[in-house]
Design a protein around this ligand. Structure first.
Ligand SMILES: *[C@@H]1O[C@H](CO)[C@@H](O)[C@H](O)[C@H]1NC(C)=O
Ligand SMILES: *[C@@H]1O[C@H](CO)[C@@H](O)[C@H](O)[C@H]1NC(C)=O
Ligand SMILES: *[C@@H]1O[C@H](CO)[C@@H](O)[C@H](O)[C@H]1NC(C)=O
Ligand SMILES: *[C@@H]1O[C@H](CO)[C@@H](O)[C@H](O)[C@H]1NC(C)=O
Ligand SMILES: *[C@@H]1O[C@H](CO)[C@@H](O)[C@H](O)[C@H]1NC(C)=O
Ligand SMILES: *[C@@H]1O[C@H](CO)[C@@H](O)[C@H](O)[C@H]1NC(C)=O
Ligand SMILES: *[C@@H]1O[C@H](CO)[C@@H](O)[C@H](O)[C@H]1NC(C)=O
Ligand SMILES: *[C@@H]1O[C@H](CO)[C@@H](O)[C@H](O)[C@H]1NC(C)=O
Length: 909
């Protein structure tokens, strides 16, 4: 018997607990600063709610205990959490997205630290300021209360230090509200007042209010013009709001039955917006001939239809739109209608002010992902609290976010966890950061393989995994263009091609590509063999003796070879340094044998269009060799990896040197002439020195590269065509070249195409002389020069960066030469051989000027204004030859290299 009674009592106890839990489903009641092992959770005596320690919801702060308690504060106020470290400290709470929540934060100082120094600080809800907590004014403590609809399933409540004093918090309470209650057009609701109309009575909370709102009786404020009425009967309170029945049992009516019932409160500004919730229930016994009907007016305007309170049953009148008040005063009036026999009545009233939270929280998926990453690595950083991206000055360490405007959720675009002591695998959660552009996990102790998913993240541009202990191979998916991958310093990682994982599925395109690639490699190999056999014949066939030194020949033959893709990866250190972007793909810097620098042009796998051109370039470059043409060191053909390996020219291209972009120095006139001559020699070789002859078809300043001594070499043969081999792979509809440099009389085929190169070359020369844009909105460079020629002043035409330091005779000759090359009529253009002869003479003039001035360029300005020697009298040179003061930015930047060629002697200048 005893046993079964015990069992019964136990069952009753269990049922009781289960019910209590049901009623407070979703409630979060935190007694801040309560040590987790001490009496946690406990049942709070006033509400009967279980309060627990806040330790699981925040990772910073210290526990404090109040020393003074004159008010007899309830238990949740006795302990507090304070935050001596960090600026922003945040609670992270799980909530139901889209549901209205009541959030209450309570603060009591109680001289916990013995300094009697009451704090003032800010309270944030996610990324938005919620309130300033000022315990210097509210000396007995205060609470902030809000009705808010979270936009995600987690909610951050942050305390932010704003001055010297240390933020603290005593209690934090979250209560999900009734479905569909307290919905606003925009913003959340800050509590101004929640009262029930009674002269006396205690505060009503849980259990009386199932949502644990606090209802305060009017008490002493109960106006003398009102009469309180009361019922002992049960009042039905069931609607979305469900105010406590005990509140609805009370009501006020105006004592003067014909007077309105008025409630007023001050309004901060006419812009402040209010939401009102008025609760009515008829609690008087009405006679058959009695009617109670009244209108609700806010500031004199009718607020709703006339109200007839239902007998012992609730009617809630709510604001649908926000209301504003004029003149600093809000006035709510209940006025009986003229058919009403009874005065109006009010049982309970809630007044809220709208608070806007304009800053969007970080994209929820990103937040979940970054928290998962944090959890996987167990890395705890003090700044990793609250919203990851916003406010911007609280952005988490190591993150960068896109923050275009405050109403769009920010996205995480960069994650830097380098040197963070990370262990284990690369976290899978990273793939959910779908907008990530940069990932840096370098210098940790990560192990395991490189996951495939990194290659599938569309936004990723840079991945740095160097200095870890990763193993396995690099998945195919990660070897894609536009993705920079750094993996050096992972000794167990296999970089060679043999351990590359095969792609999972073969689709048509790669098969086609590899068949085509196989055709190329065979063609290349055949050509290579033919070339080796016929080298002497080719040399004999050249009209002019080749200008190739022995050293260059041996270099070329010894090193021209095929490389594997893994060698390319090694050479480029996994494509670490980008030199530029060519017509077919990216150009990377690399080193062969650890010392010889090369430029590696990789054919983009996506670029099917460049494929034919790539093949053409391989064929061509294997045949062509000249000191003024960029030479091919080798090539790579493997699967669908195609790359050309060129000699590396450290001084960039001519275009950069003319513009001074990328820290490139401005080059002086003498070197410009030499560069022009070099380029001309390269072109001449293509046109007549090479069998079969060729056209370059894309001569421009960007395609003239400079070595360490500013010797020029023509690059980018991708568009070159052997113009004697007709019809073979030729597409006559394809117009090759660059706007501005394009021959107006464009010749797709035949010998005349060489004259198109001459035209482009003329434009290059004009650009070198004038440093004007080749093509602008208003004019083409030839038009610009023509217009200036009418003025006849060479100084007006020459690049101002030259500061007038040039032999004006050589300048005129070069200009005339350039204009004749760029003649619209191809038959009037010189051949490249004629160009070369003229340029040599220009150089001689310029060099004799330089030897007169001792090679020094620190001269008086007028030294170069040798305007008496004017060959083209038709240009009518301005004899006054004005000059201007110039900064000599190029003087020491450039080694003045003596690169005169043999056979050039001073002419008659
Ligand atoms: C704080 O409490 C004390 C004691 O109850 C009271 O005298 C004082 O007026 C209160 N101060 C404020 C600002 O409410
Ligand atoms: C809450 O309201 C929504 C629509 O307003 C409804 O779909 C949902 O079922 C309701 N949930 C509950 C628990 O009543
Ligand atoms: C209270 O009102 C609701 C809706 O009006 C009704 O469904 C419910 O039965 C009522 N409860 C009582 C006890 O009268
Ligand atoms: C009662 O209120 C009405 C309307 O406001 C007013 O005209 C009347 O004078 C009031 N009566 C008394 C006794 O105050
Ligand atoms: C309503 O009826 C009662 C009697 O049932 C009467 O005393 C009272 O004067 C009537 N009130 C009005 C406004 O007619
Ligand atoms: C009383 O109500 C009627 C109709 O509802 C209206 O015509 C009349 O003007 C009202 N009288 C007063 C004094 O408001
Ligand atoms: C974030 O971006 C800024 C400016 O773009 C840059 O200076 C900073 O280094 C970046 N931080 C990280 C962690 O990538
Ligand atoms: C990525 O997010 C989805 C939901 O958004 C989730 O189901 C999945 O588990 C996440 N993946 C990882 C690896 O965290």
């Amino acid at each position: 018997m005893k046993n079964s009674l015990g069992l019964l009592l136990l069952l009753v106890a269990i049922i009781h607990i289960v019910r209590a839990q049901d009623q407070q489903a979703g409630f979060i009641s935190l007694d801040c600063g309560l040590p987790a092992n001490e009496q946690s959770p406990y049942e709070e005596s006033f509400t009967g709610l279980r309060f627990s320690s806040d330790e699981k919801f925040i990772r910073s702060g210290k526990n404090g205990l109040i020393r003074e308690n004159p008010e007899g504060y309830a238990k949740p106020y006795e302990t507090l959490r304070y935050f001596p470290d960090g600026i922003r400290n945040c609670y992270n709470l799980n909530v139901e997205k889209g549901r209205t929540h009541l959030i209450v934060a309570r603060f009591v100082y109680g001289n916990y630290d013995g300094f009697d120094l009451k704090p003032k600080f800010d309270l944030y809800l996610g990324p938005n300021l919620w309130a300033t907590v000022d315990l210097q004014t509210e000396v007995n403590g205060t609470a902030e209360e809000i009705l808010h609809i979270p936009t995600s399933n987690s909610l951050q409540i942050c305390l932010v230090k704003t001055g010297e004093t240390i933020p603290l918090i005593s209690a934090l309470e979250l209560r999900p509200m009734g479905n569909g209650s307290y919905i606003t057009k925009s913003g959340s609701l800050n509590l101004l007042s929640r009262r029930y109309l009674s002269k006396s009575g205690s505060d009503l909370r849980y259990m009386k209010d199932i949502y644990d709102r606090t209802w305060v009786s009017y008490g002493a404020r109960f106006w003398t013009g009102w009469t309180q009425i009361y019922t002992a009967l049960e009042v039905n309170n069931s609607n979305n709001y469900a105010p406590p029945k005990d509140a609805l049992k009370n009501a006020a009516i105006p004592t003067n039955a014909s007077a309105p019932l008025t409630i007023e409160w001050p309004s901060g500004s006419p812009r402040d917006q209010y939401y009102l919730y008025a609760h009515f229930a008829e609690i008087q016994d009405l006679q058959a001939n009695d009617t109670r009907e009244f209108n609700i007016l806010l500031n004199g305007e009718v607020f709703s239809d006339p109200i007839i309170p239902k007998k012992l049953d609730i009617t809630t009148v709510q604001s649908v739109t926000p209301k504003t008040c004029q003149e600093g005063e809000c006035s709510l009036q209940l006025k009986r209608t003229n058919r009403s026999t009874l005065p109006p009545l009010l049982n309970a009233l809630e007044i809220y002010a709208v608070i806007q939270f304009p800053q969007s929280e970080t994209n929820e998926i990103d937040v979940i992902a970054i928290k998962n990453i944090e959890a996987v690595y167990g890395s705890s950083r003090i700044s990793w609290q609250g919203d990851p991206c916003v406010p911007q000055h609280f952005i988490w360490d190591g993150l960068n976010c896109s923050n275009t405007n405050i109403s769009t959720p920010p996205r995480i675009i960069s994650l830097n966890l380098s040197s963070s002591g990370l262990t284990g695998n690369i976290a899978a959660a990273i793939q959910n950061l779908t907008q990530l552009e940069k990932l840096d996990l370098s210098n940790n102790s990560l192990t395991g393989g490189l996951p495939e998913f990194l290659g599938k993240m569309k936004s990723l541009l840079v991945i740095n995994l160097s200095g870890n202990n990763l193993s396995g191979s690099i998945p195919q998916a990660l070897q894609k263009k536009g993705l920079e991958l750094f993996v050096e310093g992972n000794p167990r990682l296999c970089l060679s091609d043999s351990c590359r994982k095969p792609p999972k599925k073969k689709v048509l395109v790669p098969i086609v590509a590899s068949v085509a690639s196989a055709a190329i490699v065979i063609a290349v190999l055949i050509l290579f063999l033919v070339l080796r056999k016929r080298k002497s014949t080719i040399v004999e066939g050249i009209h002019q003796p080749p200008r190739m030194s022995m050293e260059e020949v041996t270099f070329a033959n010894k090193n021209r070879r095929r490389f594997t893709y893994s060698e390319v990866l090694q050479m480029t250190n996994n494509f670490q340094r980008v030199l530029g972007k060519g017509g077919f793909g990216m150009v990377y810097h690399g080193t062969v044998n650890g010392r010889e620098q090369v430029a590696i042009k990789v054919l983009s796998q996506s670029s099917t269009q460049g494929y034919k051109e790539f093949k053409a370039e391989v064929d061509l470059l294997l045949r062509v060799h000249h000191t003024n043409l960029v030479s091919l060191v080798g090539y790579c053909y493997e699967g669908d990896h195609l790359a050309l390996i060129y000699e590396f020219l450290p001084n960039g291209d001519l275009k950069q040197h003319l513009s001074g972009k990328g820290g490139k120095s401005i080059i002086n006139w003498s070197i410009r002439l030499q560069i022009a001559l070099d380029a001309a020699l390269g072109l001449e070789y293509l046109h007549i020195g090479c069998i079969p002859p060729m056209v370059h078809r894309d001569v421009k300043t960007a395609n003239i590269l400079l070595d360490e001594n500013f010797k020029a070499k023509l690059a980018d043969f991708g568009l070159s065509r052997s113009f004697q081999v007709r019809g073979e792979s030729y597409d006559s509809t394809l117009v090759a070249g660059t706007p501005g440099y394009l021959d107006p009389e464009y010749f797709p085929t035949s010998r005349l195409a060489a004259k198109s190169d001459v035209y482009s070359y003329g434009i290059v020369l004009l650009a070198m002389i004038t440093n004007q844009p080749v093509i602008s909105e208003k004019y083409h460079i030839t038009e610009w020069v023509s217009s200036k020629l009418n003025g006849g002043d060479i100084i007006e035409i020459m690049d101002p960066n030259l500061c007038g330091v040039y032999d004006s005779n050589s300048a005129w000759r070069a200009l005339e030469l350039a204009m004749s090359c760029a003649d619209p009529c191809s038959s009037k253009r010189p051949t490249m051989s004629q160009v070369i002869n003229e340029l040599k003479e220009c150089l001689v003039c310029e060099n004799s000027r330089m030897s007169k001035t001792g090679g020094m360029e620190y001269q008086e300005m007028n030294i170069s204004l040798d305007t008496s020697v004017v060959p083209g009298a038709r240009y009518g040179l301005n004899p006054m030859g004005q000059t201007r003061f110039c900064e000599w930015q190029f003087l020491n930047a450039i080694p003045i290299v003596d690169r005169w060629r043999k056979g050039l002697t001073a002419g008659n200048c």
